[in-house]
Design a protein around this ligand. Structure first.
Ligand SMILES: [Zn+2]
Length: 299
């Protein structure tokens, strides 16, 4: 008798944008208390998740993306890494399933410095998980997590460590290979899009090639069943909630009106979708599985 699998297939999915191959990598998921969801009545949030047949507390997917153009291999975010939840930290295994070793990564682009994005920058020994890679992030993001006054505004020492000190430790492993940017093209075919609010330097990356484009929007949405129809729903970890709301509304409207595809770190894997306007909010249209790497071009 053939063996019956006891584990899921690798979380790897390709989408070509012109000459650039975007590969979604699944890092796993985190079950997070509903007390982290603000700007909505908790009972209503639970009802909306139930209506979408999703678990409560919220189960949030964690994705990262690899960009390859035949010259460089670029990783966007690094997942939770070895210190995260037991249900996450699968990026390294899925990178291998995509045919890549950590040595293949030339550049890591960070959307922002939260633990579910920078955790995978370190391996289980605390060294750089991507030994050859340069590391690039927005200058405001670098400044914020290195700001002692901002750190001391957190009352809980455990949170100071998880957010600020661990971020600094991850950056330190890339000393000499770390740079920051303010705006513009960060590597061939990839342009930084400033999306502040969730964190001060939260950044999306617009991948454009051959007349096609895809916006990797980072953490614009953590819970798609709540924040797409209700962009005013915020997260406890948002550094500036009003700015996060304004940015979310603006970028949802922009990609809806442009009919531009998006990729999200916390959308259900593989995290590729389009957005349409609906009522006072928006609706997410997850992309269909496509055998053709170019996907289905929107009509
Ligand atoms: Zn996140």
């Amino acid at each position: 008798m053939p063996m019956i699998p006891a584990t899921q297939v690798p979380g790897v999915y390709h989408r070509r944008v012109g000459d650039i191959l975007v590969t979604a990598l699944h890092d796993g998921h985190q079950d997070v208390s509903m007390t982290t969801v603000l700007g909505i009545d908790p009972a209503e949030a639970a009802a909306m998740l139930g209506a979408a047949r999703r678990p409560v507390p919220r189960r949030t997917t964690v994705n990262a993306f690899v960009l390859r153009d035949g010259r460089r291999t670029v990783l966007v975010d690094a997942g939770c890494g070895p210190r995260g939840a037991a249900t996450a930290g699968r990026l390294a295994a899925n990178l291998a399933a995509a045919g890549l070793s950590p040595d293949d990564v030339d550049l890591v682009l960070m959307t922002h410095l939260h633990p579910d994005h920078f955790g995978g920058l370190l391996d289980s020994t605390g060294g750089a998980a991507f030994p050859r890679a340069d590391l690039l992030l927005h200058e405001a993001e670098h400044a914020h997590w290195n700001d002692d006054a901002a750190m001391m505004r957190l009352e809980d020492p455990a949170r100071r460590k998880v957010f600020f000190l661990n971020a600094r430790e991850a950056l330190a492993a890339y000393a000499g290979r770390l740079s920051t940017f303010a705006v513009g093209e960060v590597c061939s075919g990839v342009t930084a899009v400033s999306l502040p609010g969730h964190t001060p330097g939260h950044t999306g990356y617009r991948v454009a090639s051959g007349g096609r484009s895809l916006l990797i929007w980072g953490d614009i949405v953590h819970v798609q069943e709540l924040q797409v129809p209700r962009p005013e729903v915020t997260m406890l970890v948002d550094v500036d909630p009003p700015a996060a709301i304004a940015t979310r509304r603006a970028i949802l409207a922009e990609v809806a009106d442009r009919r531009e595809g998006i990729a999200g770190m916390h959308l259900h894997f593989p995290g590729l979708a389009h957005v349409v306007r609906e009522g006072d909010g928006f609706r997410l249209l997850p992309d269909a599985w496509s055998t053709d790497l170019a996907g289905d071009a929107p009509a």
